[in-house]
Design a protein around this ligand. Structure first.
Ligand SMILES: [Zn+2]
Length: 838
């Protein structure tokens, strides 16, 4: 199409929305990293806060036959908009829309909902459109015309135009839409939603387009028989996670994909771009390409965020500095924010009413008393003769442990106490080999302290039953873990825990005062429900999964609300995580009103699409200014409420957040006040510095991978320090999985089957435990071969020659060479497992 540089970006920007199917066109592939539908909706002249408008097609002269089918009542500008440099938002705005695909977590199957949508006012017009379109696309292509005509596409709102302007002109930009509804946070880090949504997006687009040109790349869905380059050749619009794109661009891929393949990258939640994140990795690759070759055609960068954040800035100038840093990282000179049309923005958005409440303290608190005395009891054990003797004998080697044990934090309810436990545990693990008895006992004590501390926290958050449930579960876990505990000390401490458990269970409910904060929450829920009735959609944010689960359970008796917890899926399901499938199901039910209240962890603050919510309660949940702003963004209805319940300290944080948001706004103003030339100069300078430091890093990384030494090491159980595998029998599969390549392992483990998790070509089937009851990792099935994959957090690496443990945080940190395995090695290993023929 003859366009060069950024002009062609504009062209390709259009192709996001346009003509995804046209293969004859000078194909420009667009990687869409974490797509934000709001971005599309902006180009589609639609307000779309609730539904996911993922992509749409514009008419194009090359697809005329298709075009004739669509007749929108308005927007009749000839579709064949020739993109020229003069194109601006308004030009593109006039581009005729052919079709769009709207996505919704919920299937738009129930018809009664349709009527509800029709009643909606202008505010949700865009949503109507998309809902209709989607339905039509499913049912009847012909009726589409009339219906679409009725639901004419209104123009972009003024403030949305303002936000989209830079991007539409082909400039790199960050769209910060602090209060704007058009900046819905849709795709974030949470894979499940990306996956299912994109699946739907693609299905619908496919249906509309009868084309396979839209590619979805998702972690775990890589096809192995095609090179990435080939895959990219075939499509034009891609949805993927930043990590996956990064993997595709890596040089160790067989066919690395150069960044110049893409004409545009859309980075949603782009405040994640700083620090060690995949986003930043992508931008580092971009910078390298930019520096390596002046001619390189680089993609247009469009970032979306509710707030670029201030990185704890205390004043305007440091907030500005941070903003400039983010801009540098994304090679952005032009910020997109609402300045000219603030009034228009105010008109269309509503600020939630904020209520900040300070948590209350119970007068009598027998549970807390008991837990505190239990902690003292365990801590006193550190002074026992056996422990002291051990500490004295090994004084030199273990003075760190000694120091820790002598400096137990006074305040047991604070986070510092849990931190102290974690740190001390690490120190004790390092001296496991000094004595076969005491370090193990110390670890047991620390586990018990952790249980009591967790219960203390639970007690401060919720009511008696939650604490009872928690301590019961923990003490039964502990009895299993201590099956082989043969010492008097270990049995004593376990007996003590069981007694505490019994005491809690037998407490007369009358004696235990209800948690006043929970009462406050209930009060708010009931009051708002009276007002909102069936329209009630409440969100409660809490810190941990355990709290989410327990609070949802406690609120169960509010029958009208049908409370449900909503948590992440990353780690164990036993810890209160939800499967991805379940997450979607819960969200669907929340949308349809089956559940009117969700108790969620931070997982819901970003990265998923949540329907209109009219009250959000943040319960003892501290957040930074970005999260705080994102959470507030969850409240989308007029007259919405935000209730914050926290300690004095926690609530102070919120005040600081508000101050930081103001600083951020001022920083934006300050940047906008600079001339383009000034900004460019500054950004170029710091980009050079950034690039140079990245070059140094890259060199270092290369060296360290070269410098991995061959050494005799072994991997031991973190709990009992028993050998798991010799270093030479440890292998790396697929670049990251650490596999035990020693058949004797199967005789030394016990397995606990789990619900199979399939990612890519690997299936997780069992959890793996050592003889001591400690978890080691998982069974992964790859090429029909069972492999024991060790989890770094459960093991310790020992240097055999020096007899010292190597402290690592990630497998990558192991300073020794570990061999990689390929398919053939796996097949050979599998063959060795089979019984040898007679
Ligand atoms: Zn063990």
């Amino acid at each position: 199409m003859g366009n060069e540089g950024h002009q062609s970006s504009l062209e390709t920007y259009r192709s996001i929305c346009s003509n995804v199917s046209d293969e004859s066109k000078d194909s420009k592939v667009i990687a869409n990293v974490q797509v934000n539908p709001a971005f599309f909706s902006a180009t589609e002249h639609k307000v779309n806060s609730k539904k996911r408008l993922v992509a749409e097609t514009l008419d194009d002269q090359d697809s005329g036959s298709e075009r004739k089918k669509s007749k929108h009542g308005d927007d009749i500008d000839e579709p064949s908009v020739k993109v020229n440099s003069a194109s601006t938002a308004s030009t593109v705005q006039k581009v005729n829309l052919k079709r769009c695909a709207a996505l919704d977590v919920q299937d738009s199957s129930s018809d009664n909902k349709k009527s509800k949508h029709v009643e909606d006012t202008d505010e949700t017009l865009g949503v109507q459109d998309s809902v209709h379109d989607q339905k039509k696309s499913k049912h009847d292509d012909d009726t589409e015309k009339e219906q679409t005509t009725q639901n004419s596409y209104s123009g972009l709102r003024k403030y949305q135009e303002e936000l989209a302007e830079n991007a539409l002109q082909g400039k790199n930009t960050i769209i910060c839409a602090t209060k704007s509804k058009c900046q819905g946070c849709i795709f974030g880090k949470n894979q499940s939603f990306v996956r299912s949504t994109i699946q739907k997006a693609c299905d619908i687009l496919k249906h509309l387009q009868k084309s396979n040109n839209i590619k979805k790349f998702l972690i775990g869905q890589e096809s192995t028989d095609e090179s990435a380059r080939l895959q990219f050749d075939k499509g034009r619009l891609f949805f993927m996670t930043p990590q996956l794109l990064m993997n595709k661009m890596k040089l160790d891929e067989k066919f690395p994909v150069p960044i110049s393949t893409f004409s545009m990258l859309v980075l949603d939640e782009c405040h994640h771009v700083h620090g060690k994140t995949p986003y930043n990795d992508i931008m580092a690759t971009y910078r390298k390409a930019k520096n390596d070759s002046q001619e390189m055609k680089l993609p247009q960068i469009v970032g979306l965020t509710a707030s670029p954040g201030t990185n704890k800035a205390k004043d305007e100038s440091s907030a500005k500095e941070h903003l400039m840093k983010v801009m540098t990282t994304m090679d952005v000179i032009h910020l997109s924010t609402v300045r000219k049309h603030k009034e228009n923005l105010q008109e269309h958005t509503s600020e939630a009413e904020q209520v900040v409440l300070q948590m209350k303290v119970r007068k009598r608190n027998p549970i807390q008393d008991k837990l505190e005395s239990s902690i003292s009891y365990v801590e006193r054990k550190f002074n026992s003769e056996k422990v002291q003797k051990f500490l004295d004998i090994n004084m030199q080697d273990i003075h760190e442990v000694k120091q820790s044990l002598q400096n137990t934090p006074v305040q047991k309810m604070e986070q510092t106490y849990i931190q102290w436990i974690t740190e001390t545990r690490l120190k004790v693990e390092n001296v496991l080999n000094k004595d076969e008895f005491v370090p193990r006992l110390l670890l047991t004590y620390l586990r018990h302290l952790e249980i009591y501390a967790e219960c203390l926290e639970m007690n401060s958050l919720l009511d008696k039953q939650a604490v009872v449930d928690l301590i019961t579960a923990k003490s039964s876990d502990e009895s299993i873990q201590s099956q082989n505990a043969n010492t008097i000390e270990e049995r004593d401490i376990l007996k003590y825990l069981e007694d505490v458990c019994t005491f809690m269970c037998s407490l007369d409910p009358q004696q235990v005062e209800c948690n006043p904060d929970v009462q406050e929450i209930i009060h708010w829920l009931q009051r708002e429900y009276e007002k909102q009735g069936d329209n009630s959609r409440f969100f409660i944010f809490v810190k941990t999964r355990a709290t989410a689960k327990a609070l949802a359970k406690q609120l169960e008796y509010l029958k009208n609300l049908s409370c449900q917890y909503f948590t992440g899926s990353q780690v164990g399901l036993e810890d209160g995580g939800l499967t991805k499938h379940k997450q979607l199901e819960v969200l669907n039910k929340f949308k349809s009103g089956v559940h009117k209240c969700l108790v969620a962890t931070a997982v819901a603050s970003e990265g998923i699409d949540i329907p209109e919510c009219n009250m959000m309660i943040r319960y003892r949940f501290t957040a930074n200014e970005i999260t705080s702003c994102q959470m507030r963004g969850r409240i989308r209805t007029a007259g919405g409420k935000e209730v914050i319940i926290g300690s004095e300290k926690e609530n102070l944080r919120e005040t600081i957040n508000v101050e930081r948001m103001v600083l951020m706004e001022r920083a934006v103003d300050a940047v906008l006040a600079m001339t383009e030339h000034e900004i460019r100069e500054k950004i170029n300078k710091s980009e050079q510095l950034l690039f140079q430091s990245e070059e140094v890093e890259r060199k270092k990384a290369l060296e360290s991978s070269k410098n991995k030494v061959v050494a005799k090491f072994k991997v031991n159980c973190r709990k009992c320090s028993k050998d798991i595998v010799e270093g030479h029998n440890l292998r790396i599969l697929k670049g990251s999985l650490h596999v035990v390549f020693d058949n004797s392992i199967f005789g030394r483990i016990t397995r606990k089957p789990i619900k199979h998790i399939v990612t890519e070509d690997i299936k997780l089937t069992d959890k793996v435990f050592g003889e001591c009851g400690h978890e080691w990792g998982h069974i992964n099935v790859y090429n029909d071969c069972e492999l024991v994959v060790l989890a770094q957090k459960y093991i310790k690496v020992y240097n055999v020659a020096k007899q010292v443990p190597i402290n690592i945080k990630k497998w990558k940190d192991v300073p020794y060479k570990i061999e990689s395995v390929d398919n053939d090695d796996i097949l050979a290993f599998r063959a060795s497992q089979l019984p040898t023929p007679e």
